[in-house]
Design a protein around this ligand. Structure first.
Ligand code: SF4
Length: 409
């Protein structure tokens, strides 16, 4: 993070605001070894020296380290990079269609093309969704189903129209499987699709659909989706074309700890090659109304443990997001003390998570988010989509002490 005397600063999209010297800033003075075994103690000594840990060490840390120590380690690594800054942006989620030719077992969002609940936004309807928020937001986040009729023409028109009408809004859109589907529908190579989408206005890729990068798990929970290698390859091509992306992990279905940690390892290995991932977003499977009754589900302890282990394993991916649309305000606030430095912004029109049971209130204003961040000891910093511009956020009004997400003081 470049030093600054003002409340605003900038970065490039590869560094994404990180302090180059973060390893020198690690302060391990307060680690309490009283509750850890010798194996964990050895792994912790690597972490505090900024040395990468292996998959097996990650599994040991995940399974055998007590949560407060794990939280301390992850928070220590976050503070070394960003001090107490917590980042957010003002974005709007608009899902362009829920029509999908696949039927992933965990998905509560998709509808078949003939369903009464199916919808497909026209370009004008999509723009109308943005219009009321256009002066407020800096990003539109758009993902949806694999439409049975649309080709690349729809998306080129969608992005060009959005840029024409809202030139200051950045477009973060399309998961890897959507990109694969557009290529198939349009008889194009992935690279050609990405070039055309980029040139029509696509700024970055949100990273959804990684689920667990293990093909046995994928065959069970999302048969027919892109393979693990295809997910990584599509992001690699995007990075090579100068399109930054996020990456994700859906956990708490049927995967083992080892499969989770291996997932993180695959992401960091690609990041070693491309440096194109900006943020990692872990989120647990939400059970309501979906078709995966054998999912193990994740407890609050396990969610926070997963956020923490993600920060520790992903030594080369700058940001770890607390995805409040999925975690809810209380757990997402706690995640800020377990290694997350970024929290999803002021989101509206989020349909996918809410169909799956998420109860986080929509339309939460910036002020409330800033209060939530401050309550966890953080400093709210507004950023743009690709983490190149930062500005400390000044709250307009004090907390009203009603409906605070966590006890404080
Ligand atoms: S997760 Fe995505 S690809 Fe799978 S069914 Fe849902 S909308 Fe379709």
């Amino acid at each position: 993070m470049p030093s600054t005397t003002s409340d605003s600063w900038s970065s490039n999209s590869i560094e994404a605001g990180i302090d180059h010297n973060w390893k020198d800033n690690i302060n391990s003075n307060f680690i309490d070894y009283a509750h850890v075994n010798n194996s964990v103690r050895i792994i912790i000594s690597k972490v505090i020296q900024g040395i990468r840990i292996t998959v097996d060490e990650g599994v040991t840390l995940h399974d055998e380290c007590d949560l407060p120590t794990l939280a301390y380690l992850a928070n220590m690594l976050k503070v070394a990079r960003y001090e107490n800054n917590i980042f957010f942006n003002r974005n709007l989620h608009v899902n362009q269609t829920n029509v999908c030719v696949l039927a992933c077992k965990f998905c509560a969002f998709r509808e078949g093309p003939k369903s009464d609940d199916a919808y497909s936004l026209s370009i004008e309807q999509y723009l109308e969704r943005i219009e009321p928020y256009s002066k407020h937001i800096t990003e539109v986040h758009t993902v949806g189903g694999l439409h049975n009729e649309w080709t690349i023409e729809y998306y080129l028109s969608l992005f060009e129209s959005t840029k024409n009408r809202f030139p200051d809004i950045q477009i973060k859109a399309l998961t890897a499987v959507e990109i694969k589907h557009i290529a198939k529908q349009s008889n194009l190579e992935i690279k050609d699709v990405l070039i055309q989408l980029r040139d029509s206005g696509l700024d970055s890729i949100p990273g959804g659909g990684a689920e667990i990068l293990d093909d046995d798990v994928r065959d069970y929970i999302c048969k027919g989706k892109e393979s693990s290698d295809e997910y990584l390859e599509i992001h690699k091509i995007a990075h090579e074309l100068g399109i930054p992306s996020n990456c994700t992990m859906l956990f708490g279905t049927i995967e083992t700890t080892k499969q989770r940690i291996s997932h993180l390892d695959k992401l960091r290995l690609l990041q070693d090659e491309t440096n194109g991932f900006q943020c990692f977003v872990p989120y647990p499977f939400l059970p309501d109304k979906t078709r995966l009754p054998d999912a193990q589900l994740a407890t609050a302890n396990e969610i926070l443990r997963t956020v923490a282990i993600s920060r520790i394993m992903l030594d080369n991916i700058p940001h770890i997001k607390s995805y409040r649309m999925n975690l809810g305000d209380k757990i997402s606030a706690l995640a800020l003390l377990h290694g997350a430095d970024d929290i999803d912004g002021t989101v509206s029109h989020e349909e996918i998570m809410h169909k799956a049971g998420s109860t986080t209130p929509l339309d939460q204003i910036d002020n409330d988010l800033a209060i939530l961040i401050e309550q966890m000891g953080g400093i709210p910093v507004e950023r743009n989509t690709d983490y190149t511009k930062f500005r400390k956020f000044r709250r307009q009004s004090p907390p009203d002490n009603k409906g605070l997400p966590v006890a404080y003081g």
